[in-house]
Design a protein around this ligand. Sequence first.
Ligand SMILES: [Zn+2]
Length: 66
Amino acid sequence: MIKWLNNILSKELFTRKPKIRCIICFLPATHDLTICSREFNTNNEKEITITICSGCNDEIYERYNS
Ligand SMILES: [Zn+2]
């Protein structure tokens, strides 16, 4: 999941649009979403913050908050 999001994030950075957009659907963004991953064995943490719209925020929340 993190790899997938990083790919999308990289694409968005290269387009350099002046308006902040949802990195999933490119509608105007309304939320910051911070993603933190920690490796089981080493406890190494990685954290990224992405911008998303409220629709995608709801979708991610429903999909992964179980
Ligand atoms: Zn969206």
